[in-house]
Design a protein around this ligand. Sequence first.
Ligand SMILES: Nc1ncnc2c1ncn2[C@@H]1O[C@H](COP(=O)(O)OP(=O)(O)OP(=O)(O)O)[C@@H](O)[C@H]1O
Ligand SMILES: [Mg+2]
Length: 251
Amino acid sequence: MLRIDDLIVSYKAQKNTIKAIGPLSMEIGSGDIYAIIGPSGCGKSTLLHVLGGIIREYQGSVLIKGDRLDPKIHDIGFIPQGFGLLPWKNVEENCLLALNIKGKIVEDNSKQRINAVMNKLNIDSLKERYPNELSGGQKQRVAIARAFIMNPALLLMDEPFSALDALTREDAQKLFIDIWNQYKITTVFVTHSIEEAIYMGKKIVIMSEGPGNIVEIIDNTLFNVENLGEREEYYKLTKHIRRIIKKGWKI
Ligand SMILES: Nc1ncnc2c1ncn2[C@@H]1O[C@H](COP(=O)(O)OP(=O)(O)OP(=O)(O)O)[C@@H](O)[C@H]1O
Ligand SMILES: [Mg+2]
């Protein structure tokens, strides 16, 4: 669905040019969840910004279904670290925003989807509240609801659960997988947590130290497995990933 070839991204900072990524090549298949993990500063957020059309200057090519990636043409959902809710809109308005921005009319079938998604994420009762009246976990659920209501071709999330405490995070992760299993939106998310990558990533993409490229893509058999801590394979995989990240491999 998505093909990245020889991507190189550089930032201009004062008189210097900082090469943040590349050359990086990979393919992202439809209906999968990709967890991107790698050392701090290796270019994970930069990669997500390219996929979200926020960074437009780069070398190489990024194609969606054969066409050059363009957020004006392709439906791309982005959940930034701070959840991206508008403080002056209530929960319901925030959830509908994606549809309104794209000028889509809220028809009966989308109304059904909106209700189903809000119900699944347990935010029906919060419809009238404003973001500053919500807990971190509730905000996160609203952000996820908005993404699934918008039904993008590609959903991007930058460290989606890192601001939540451990228990809330586990609940949010479970809810995310639950709703994802229903709608199967192609998702790419960045995480610092090896456990989160293993629980939520159908594929785990390990990036090298900056300028980042791909060291390994793991077909993860432990995706959506509960009580990971009781599985020996979990510890093996954790060790493997940790070893690669610590080495900060360059390839
Ligand atoms: N706006 C910018 N101007 C200059 N350099 C930048 C800018 N944004 C990022 N960088 C640099 O590009 C590199 C990659 O940054 P990026 O934020 O993509 O890393 P990251 O993998 O997301 O890191 P972290 O895990 O710490 O969030 C880093 O060396 C960073 O300092
Ligand atoms: Mg980052």
